[in-house]
Design a binder for this molecule. Structure first.
Ligand code: HEM
Length: 465
């Protein structure tokens, strides 16, 4: 016996659906929370016969991502070539499914193995030193822009051995913003393609700019001639059973995916860490105590991360309150039952990481920023599916360890030298594809007393990392 899913009555008319969804999306995080309180941990919308479900129940989340993962594929939000992320990302790892996804995942995994991560650590510390230099003598900064720049540089150098110039960074940043806006624009999602919305025309330009940069990076690599073992070489050298390599188009799709998935999310993790530290000086003081004790003003090394346990808890807790990928979704391949509810084949099931990670049933005092809650006992007591900033199961984020190392090293390096304070109110979270601070993140940059002199931050120190 299945129970009918609670939720909104079906919308028969697409126009009323657009009006309703536009209003809903404007206050998405608040509205979803209200609806979970009203309907329970799973509720539905039905627009023109399409079943759309919102979910925050840990057990059902675990079923979808892990136990019954093979019963689900990526839904149209990802795969629709005109309205989904595939419009930008083609058939990259985030979008593909089935055998093709499995092959690509296997191919790319070695780039994220422990051994490779060690060499990325050095790149991350060098980039931290660059930001430290950039902030010297500066009293205010758009920290969001600086974090985006740093994480984009890191992905480009670590995975593609490529240096991004400022113009490229800006063009990629603008394209990423356009991808984000696309995901939040109901008119784009619902109205027919032949309507020449100005946003659609602008996006074509951004895609062209992105393509130009990415195809250039591919051509430069080919011209380099020698295999330096980076991720792009792995992709270039990959052959299937028939000896065929990847087309330039598929290489482009994987690279754009890694640029998108690999920099914006980590930058936003750090953005929210800075906001939360500024709002919680007692946490900040404890973080400073650890950083000063372990690092004594020097740059961090990978080895230091073992001793920087509070730093790690700060990142974990910030990702609980502000998961950069605050939603993800799936589609069942057959009619099925989930937690006693009937789910139709082709339904869009949206997993609300934001909501499950702010639920008082799993996180006492859920809105408080309490890094110290992350003890091993607490983690062991959490239901599976209740902490999912990187998703779960076979499609868990391929860059999770990379991202965690990056966020911890950047926080340790920058946090030991600077204290950041909000200028004006804290930005609201803007729920597009990732959770960005609305209007950027304008902060005062205050050097800390332990700030070493310029001579101390020299590259000899980094050489030892
Ligand atoms: C704090 C940083 C990050 C967060 C919060 C994050 C979050 C996520 C989440 C939630 C997923 C699963 C999406 C789904 O199931 O539909 C995912 C997948 C993915 N992430 Fe990340 N990510 C981060 C960093 C990175 C980095 C650094 C890279 C690469 C350099 C990366 C590359 C990917 C890729 C390629 C996928 C698709 C994997 C697959 O489907 O096999 N991510 N990420």
């Amino acid at each position: 016996m299945t129970t009918p899913i609670p939720g909104y009555p079906p919308f028969k008319n697409p126009l009323s659906a657009i009006i309703m969804m536009n209003g809903y999306m404007r206050h998405f995080l608040e509205r979803v929370e209200q609806d979970f309180a009203r309907f329970g941990d799973l509720f539905s919308f039905e627009i023109s016969g399409q079943q759309m479900l919102m979910l925050r129940d840990p057990e059902m989340i675990h079923e979808i991502t892990t136990r019954q993962a093979s019963q689900f594929v990526k839904d149209a939000t990802y795969t629709d070539p005109r309205r989904g992320l595939a419009y930008f990302l083609g058939n990259g790892l985030l979008i593909s499914d089935g055998e093709f996804w499995r092959r690509q995942r296997k191919l790319m995994s070695p780039a994220f193995h422990h051994k490779r991560l060690m060499s990325y650590g050095e790149i991350i510390v060098r980039e931290s030193a660059r930001v430290i230099d950039q902030w010297r003598g500066v009293s205010e900064a758009d920290v969001d822009a600086d974090m985006m720049h740093a994480t984009l540089d890191i992905v480009a150098k670590a995975l593609f051995s490529s240096d991004m110039n400022d113009a490229d960074v800006q063009r990629i940043g603008a394209a990423m913003t356009s991808i984000q806006e696309f995901s939040g624009d109901q008119a784009q999602q619902i109205l027919p393609q032949w309507i020449p919305l100005p946003s659609r025309l602008a996006q074509r330009k951004h895609i062209a700019a992105l393509d130009e940069i990415v195809y250039r990076v591919i051509a430069e690599h080919r011209a380099m001639g020698s295999d330096n073992g980076d991720l792009l070489w792995m992709l270039l050298n990959a052959r299937d059973e028939d000896g065929n390599g990847m087309t330039d188009r598929q290489l482009r799709d994987e690279l754009v995916t890694l640029f998108l998935a690999g920099h914006e999310t980590t930058a936003n993790t750090l953005n929210w860490v800075w906001v939360l530290l500024a709002q919680n000086p007692h946490v900040e003081a404890q973080l400073h105590e650890e950083l000063d004790r372990v690092l004594g003003g020097r740059l961090p090394t990978l080895e230091d991360l073992k001793s920087l346990t509070y730093t790690e808890q700060v990142i974990k807790e910030a990702m609980r309150l502000y998961p950069p990928a605050f939603v993800f979704s799936r589609m069942p391949v057959e009619d099925m039952e989930l937690g006693g509810y009937p789910i139709k084949k082709g339904a869009q099931v949206t997993v609300m990481s934001w909501s499950v990670q702010r639920d008082a049933r799993w996180y006492p005092d859920p809105l408080a920023f309490k890094p110290e809650r992350w003890t091993p006992d607490f983690e062991a007591s959490l239901p599976k599916g209740a902490y999912i900033p990187f998703g779960g199961g076979p499609r868990i984020c391929i860059g999770m360890n990379f991202a965690l190392m990056e966020a911890n090293l950047l926080l340790a390096a920058l946090g030991s030298r600077y204290q950041l304070r909000l200028i004006g109110d804290a930005p609201a979270p803007m729920p597009l594809l990732t959770l960005r601070p609305k209007g950027g993140l304008h902060m005062r940059i205050i050097p800390r007393a332990v700030t070493p002199t310029a001579e101390n931050i020299n590259f000899q120190q980094i050489e030892r990392v």
